[in-house]
Design a protein around this ligand. Sequence first.
Ligand SMILES: Cc1ncc(C[n+]2csc(CCOP(=O)(O)OP(=O)(O)O)c2C)c(N)n1
Ligand SMILES: [Mg+2]
Length: 919
Amino acid sequence: MNGDHSDVMNNETTFLNNETSVNGGTHANETSIPVPHGLDDQEVKEWLESLDSVLESSGSEVAAEILERLRAHATVSGIDLPFTANTPYANTIPARLEPLFPGDQELERRIKSLIRWNALAMVVRANRVEHNIGGHISTYASAATLYEVGFNHFFRARTPEFEGDTVYFQGHAAPGIYARAFLEGRISAQKLENFRRELKPGGGLSSYPHPWLMPDFWEFPTVSMGLSPLMAIYQARFSRYLENRGLKPVTDAKVWAFLGDGETDEPESLGAITLASREKLDNLIFVVNCNLQRLDGPVRGNGQIIQELESAFRGAGWNVIKVLWGSEWDPILERDTEGLLVKRMGQLVDGEYQKLVVESGAYVRQHFFGSDPRLLQLVEPLPDEALRRLRLGGHDPRKVYAAYKAAVENKGRPTVILARTIKGYGLGEAGEGKNVTHQQKKLNEEELQVFRSRFGIPLNDQDCIEVPFYRPAEDSIEIQYLRARREALGGYVPKRSVRSQPLVADHDELFKEFFEGSEGREVSTTMAYVGMLRKMLRDPEMGKLIVPIVPDEARTFGMESLFRTVGIYSSVGQRYQPVDVNTLMYYKEAKDGQILEEGITEAGSVASFIAAGSAYATHGINTIPFFIYYSMFGFQRIADFIWAAADMRTRGFLLGGTAGRTTLSGEGLQHQDGNSHVLALPVPNLLAYDPAFAYEIAVIIQDGIRRMYKEGENIFYYITLMNEPYAMPPMPGDVKDGILRGLYKFRASENKKSKLRAQLFGSGSILREALQAQDILGEKYGVAADVWSVTSYKALYTDAVETERWNRLHPGEKPRVPYVTQTLGDAPGALVAASDYIKTLPNMISKWLPRRLATLGTDGFGRSEGRQSLRDFFEVDARFITLATLHELQQDGKIEPSVVTKAIKDLGIDPEKANPVIS
Ligand SMILES: Cc1ncc(C[n+]2csc(CCOP(=O)(O)OP(=O)(O)O)c2C)c(N)n1
Ligand SMILES: [Mg+2]
């Protein structure tokens, strides 16, 4: 083990690569450094020297204090110092403060080279077998050192004794993570061969991190960019929540999130960084791979992404560590007693830096150092080749190690490491630093040989062009070293496992009360749900596991009584006397508070939902999240997070409050949700329910807890809740099975003799309109209608398509019958469905019904209006259900058109009214 790495520089280096000067070199930045009038070099030098001597004699804290006082003195003296959250374009950790590198650097370089090769081979081979199957080489190529230093020295595995570190890998770097697992003996060559061809015999590897597809390997889906930084912040915060609530021991486990610099443009990436600093999340480390490029070109061609990120993070109160320059720069910087080099480093825009990467040493001398004769002098002793080989910080394990060590030891705030790298590092002519490099998937023979030689892969010219995977023998020093390092860190990473024990109780007693109805008392389904939540919070088994999450709408949903009873989580408790302290339901914040009151961030709230709903795997704790939000701001706004939650096998309940386009009165176009049940359809493991009554909700939640937390099913729930108060009926017999499967008969017609028959399907609050229509039809038109509650069109649809598929694949066997057909196959008369969602929802099941289905729904923009007017406008009220039924009967020749015409008049319907769909 030594910290010396002089022997490794000949192969794997290059700050500024390049073999050939492609464009013949137009300029970089030829302006010389502007100097304020009257500045005396000697004076500057003396100031800098005296700072150096303070540093040497009294240390950095004293030096910082002097500078702070100097700054204050300057301000008082009338010097207008410009505000800047930036530090110079230099490494945050100076060479003299670098710790000794604890590993065998040469061996680690060899291991890393093998991983580089296999990662590249995986992509190249896959694309040879299947043209355009895709994959990325250049992302991992730029990030290899960032990951390898982590794997060899920092990422601690989850063990029975220690919860382990949590790592979010950059999605496009997946080939490198697979290639390492291959060397570790965790992934077979066969699987590597089938990268991006998961369906091949023996299985393959998914393109990106997907826990759904590789549940023993990946923990976090990260490839939809921007989601993982935000999820990581809330993950780190949730870890503190668990500790403060006594659900897990306090540890120094870290959350690492690796992201791309281009990725930081996603608003989610930086959107919650102030939460991390406010919460003092020193368990959180971001590593931004600053290769200055994204897919199409530079991230900030005309600016400096690193400086921009530094000021954003520093401004937000993070500990920022810049890792810009490799060790080769240190002696040059040391010679630069006037600070000219650092100043020059800060002058170039990223577009120029990117160009320097692909240019020759002579070009670097002329265009970078050539801006000032004093700079040229600094590098005079160095040949051009040495200038080309000046490494960037993110490719230097010593610099990266120093940054990581400082990050894990840092106290009181989160850390971001901004590491400068080269995109496509090592690809040379095949793509290093080029704008096209992100998409590079194929290398020609010569490019492969160059890469092979550069990284010292023991393959001859001929073998090399076949791009075989290469794994040294089990007893080779590389494999032994790699295994020993992982053993020392507790095992392999990434690795996903379910670590929690199932719940045991049935909770019958808890839910029973809600099966009995409200005895005439008018309550909304939201109130009924809050009543259930209150009871669940008191349950001896699961009470402490419930995590109520709400983005600043608790009062809207009538949850404020919970503030007092279970408290709002605050990592610092409550430092003030709340203004409403004398009231029963005062705003109580507490260190062990249970409610996650997230403020106005549905994205942050869903990230908490994901952290809590996957804690059964991440932490081995069965936390049960109940995330309630304004339903229109759920799927409509944060659907991609919900998709990631599904991928991650998140368990828990999403509750769309104030749901239903016509049930939410007054709020209008932006708020009224007639979409969410349709937007919930694509999420395969999500069960979606639109219940009308308290007992339906109780049945769904009780069964959900059983399925997710007792049986361990990888499903989660979406339940819409309304704010329309009405009497909750008792459960009409044992209809639990029907509620869960999506459909049951709520009230049959009492008229058994009528020839005019109908089946009315209602959901949510609109079920009550169907009940009213049942009365009108019976009393005024002699139509005997049965009313059904459709709790889940999604469940009916899913069951039917699955049945249909089974029948198609088993033609010789007795055909199965979809649940909806079993239930309604013999149901006579007109079929009419009405819901508070767009018409496509009921239409989905029409083909499995015995006859044509008439559908009423709320397609169109909402309006600021009362419920009654809204239901009239959208044509989903009892009158329109009546009309639709009569019209169906007319089409079947059962009644005369004149009856329907008269009904329109009698019901007070304006046939020329505005069309809600397009008005
Ligand atoms: C939300 C989202 N939008 C777009 C993409 C497509 N995409 C994949 S990688 C990439 C560029 C990534 O650049 P950067 O974040 O800088 O990562 P690098 O590969 O440079 O490390 C893009 C646009 C995506 N994966 N996710
Ligand atoms: Mg990038």
